[in-house]
Design a protein around this ligand. Structure first.
Ligand SMILES: [Zn+2]
Length: 87
């Protein structure tokens, strides 16, 4: 039986950046996506990485101190936090 140890996740973190940049070759891409389907932790990691990259691109495009998308996201996070607290 093949052991699917968690260090596999650490291996993939390096690749996530390339994956987001579209620089990963098809084989590694398929391997990564297969792992993502089976690993919620890496899914979450990819998501937050994607958001960060997204954010950086936004900041690159517009020199605004706070992009509307971020403002919107922060507002929603705050609402969620408040909602959790007040029940
Ligand atoms: Zn993983």
């Amino acid at each position: 039986m093949e052991s699917h140890a968690h260090h596999h996740c650490l291996d993939l973190i390096d690749r996530l950046n390339e994956y987001l940049d579209g620089e990963l070759n098809a084989d590694s891409c398929a391997e990564l996506e297969a792992h993502l389907r089976a690993c919620p932790e890496c899914q979450e990691l990819l998501l937050s990485l994607q958001q960060t990259v997204d954010l950086l691109h936004h900041l690159d495009d517009e020199p605004l101190p706070l992009p509307p998308a971020l403002e919107d996201r922060l507002a929603r996070q705050l609402q969620q936090r408040l909602a959790t607290k007040s029940h």
